[in-house]
Design a protein around this ligand. Sequence first.
Ligand SMILES: Nc1ncnc2c1ncn2[C@@H]1O[C@H](COP(=O)(O)OP(=O)(O)OP(=O)(O)O)[C@@H](O)[C@H]1O
Ligand SMILES: [Mg+2]
Length: 695
Amino acid sequence: MYVSASVMEAPTRGTVHLSDWQKSYFAIASGTCTPGQKADEYRAKILRIQYAWANSEISQVCAANLFKKYAEKYSAIIDSDNIETGLNNYAENILTLAKCQQNDSDKWQSALTTENVFGLKCVQERMQAGKKVQSSQLAPADALVLADKGISVSAAPCLPRLSAFSSTGDSECCAGSSKCVGQGPHLLEHPLSSKSLQSNVPPVTKTSDALPASSASLSEPIHTGFQAAPLFGNKEMTSGASLKIPGNYSDGQNLSLPNQSAGQAWSGKRKAFYGLTDKGSTATSSLAPCQASSTMEANAFSGNRNGSEESGVPGFRTAKEQLWVDQQKKPQSLQQRAPVSSYGGVKKSLGAGRSRGPFSKFVPPVPKQDGNENGGMQCKPHARGPTDPLLPVDERLKSIEPKMVELIMHEIMDHGPPVNWDDIAGVEFAKATIKEIVVWPMLRPDIFTGLRGPPKGILLFGPPGTGKTLIGKCIACQSGATFFSISASSLTSKWVGEGEKMVRALFAVARCQQPAVIFIDEIDSLLSQRGDGEHESSRRIKTEFLVQLDGATTSSEDRILVVGATNRPQEIDEAARRRLVKRLYIPLPEASARKQIVTRLMSKEHSCLSEEEIELIVKQSDGFSGADMTQLCREASLGPIRSLQSMDITTIMPEQVRPIAFVDFESAFGTVRPSVSSKDLELYETWNRTFGCGR
Ligand SMILES: Nc1ncnc2c1ncn2[C@@H]1O[C@H](COP(=O)(O)OP(=O)(O)OP(=O)(O)O)[C@@H](O)[C@H]1O
Ligand SMILES: [Mg+2]
C-alpha cells in the first residue's frame, strides 16, 4: 500500500500512523461506507497528512502527493451527483452564488442574480429532470412543497427538521419561499398543489431578520437544507436528505456538478482551494470573491449555521465549512504570526507556533503557488529566515525541531562589538594562518577552490587568556561569514538530553547560512576522550558532532568552518582531533605582544609612561598571558584613584585624577600574578610539538 511507504519515515510514530491508515483504508475499501462516511475518512486522511507533514514525519513531496490524491478522492465524492457514491449539492452552489450579490461588497457584482439563476439553461434542465423523477417516484406522504410553484422538498429525513421549526411559530420561511419561487418562473410543478403544501409547511424559525428580503428568501431554503430538491429532483433530494445530518459534508457545500459549466468552474475552484494547480481553477477566480465573502465567518454558511443553531448547536460548522473558512482566513493569520525579529529579518517559526492536532488550523502541506520568488532558498538571516511558515522550508531544516532552529538563530548567532586583527597582540603566525585559511577563502571562494580549498576544522589551543576567544570574535567580524558562537558547555548542559539535536540543528542552520563559521569555545568539554564512565547523552553529542564534522568535511560545496578553542587540547578525542585539521597553538604573548597590549590599553587612558618604563613593565611581566596583561593594566589604572585617599570620591573632578604612572604598575605587580604555570606551559608546548600545525 503506497501509504505505508510514505508514512514510515519516522519508525516509531510511523507505525502508529500505519495502523491508522490501514484501518481507515479497509473501512473505505470495505464497500459498506456511505458516501458521507467516505468523505469523512478522506478528510480525516487529509488532516493526518497535514499533521504528519507538520511533524516532519513525511517529506514535503510525499505530503503533496498524498494530499493531492486524497483531495481528489474527497472532491470526487463531494462533487458527484451519483446517489450511491456522491454527495452532490449543486443547488446550494447556485443559491449561494445568487445570494452572494446581496452579501458581497459593493465593489463586486456577480453575474448571477436571484432572477436569472433559475433561468439558467442548465438549471432548467435539471429542474425538468428532477420534476420527472419526482413526479414518478415521490410518495405524496413524503413530499412537501414550499411554495406555490412547487419547490419540492424532501423526503422523510427532512421532516424532523421541519417539525423542529414548527415550535417557533413564525411563517417567514413560507413567505420567503414564495418570494424566491416567484422570482424563478420555471420551477417544478409538484403534483400536490402549492396551497395544500403550503398549509402543510410548518412555520419556520426566523433566523435571518438582518438579511435583505431577497436574501432571506433565498437563505431560508438553504438553511432548511431543502434547496437541492427543486434542482435535482428526487434523486438528488434523497442524497440531499442525508446532508441534513449535522456534520455531513454536504451541508453548506458550495461545490458543483461536474457536468455543469458552473460546476466545472467550482470543481476547479475546489482544486485551487486545496492548493492543487489546475488550469480550470483560473476560470473561477472571478467567483472567488463571492465565495469568500459569502463564506466569511459572519455570514458563512448562513444556512447551515442557522440550521445548526436551530438544531441547538450554536456555532456548529461542518468540517468542510471550517476548512473553507480557515482557508479564507489563512493568509492574514499567517502574516500575523510573523513578528519582526531582532536581527532584521522576520521572526519565523517552522511550525513551532502552529498548534498541532486534528483541530488545528488547516495548512496545506504543499508549497504555496503564489509566485513567491524567495521560495527555494531563504537562508540568509537578513533575508527571510528558515522558519517562516509562509515559505517553503529548506529541506535541510525539515528534520530539525523548530524551537532549536529558533534558539540557534536567536541565541547563538553572535552580534558582539567588532574586533580587528590589530586588537589581538602577537600570535602573528596564527593570525596569518587564519587569514589564509578562513578569511580569504570566505571572501574569495572562486580562488580558493580544489586543493586551495579551506580546511573545515580548526583548533585553537593554548593556555587560558591568550586570545583564543578573541580570535574567534575577530573571525566573526572579518570573514563576512555568518557566525555561530556556542560554548560547548551550553550544548552539554543547557539543553540536557537534547544536546545532539542541538548539534544537528546547529549544523543544519549553518548549512543554510553559508558561508558560516561555527565557533565552539571550550570544545574539550564537548569532544573529550570517550571513556567507560561517560554519560550516555554526552557520548551521543560527541558522536553527532563527529558525524556533522565529517558531513561538513565531505561535502565540498559546503562552506562551513568549525573553529574550536580549548585550553585542554590533550583531552580532545583523537577522532575529533583528526577532524580539526589545523591545530594552531596560541601561546603566551611574547615581549612585543605584551608591549602592544600595554601600549594599546594605556593609549586609551590618561597615562604618563615613558618608553623605558613600558619596556620595564614588559620585562617584568614575562609569563603573563594576554588576560593577565589586561588585568595588570586594570589594576594599575586604579592606582591614581587609590592615591586620592584624602579627597572625597563623590566630589572629585576627573581632572584631579593624576595620570597612570609606572609606580602604579609596580604596585599592580604586587597583586597580579601570572595565571599559567610553567608546568602547564610545558604541557602545551609538548602537545603543540606532537599535534600542532605551527612552525
Ligand atoms: N593576544 C591578545 N591581545 C590582546 N588582548 C588579549 C590577548 N589575549 C588575551 N587578551 C585579553 O584577555 C582577554 C581574554 O582573552 P580570551 O578570552 O580570548 O582568552 P582565551 O584564550 O579564550 O582564554 P580561555 O582559554 O581561558 O578561554 C581578552 O578579552 C583580552 O582582553
Ligand atoms: Mg576562551
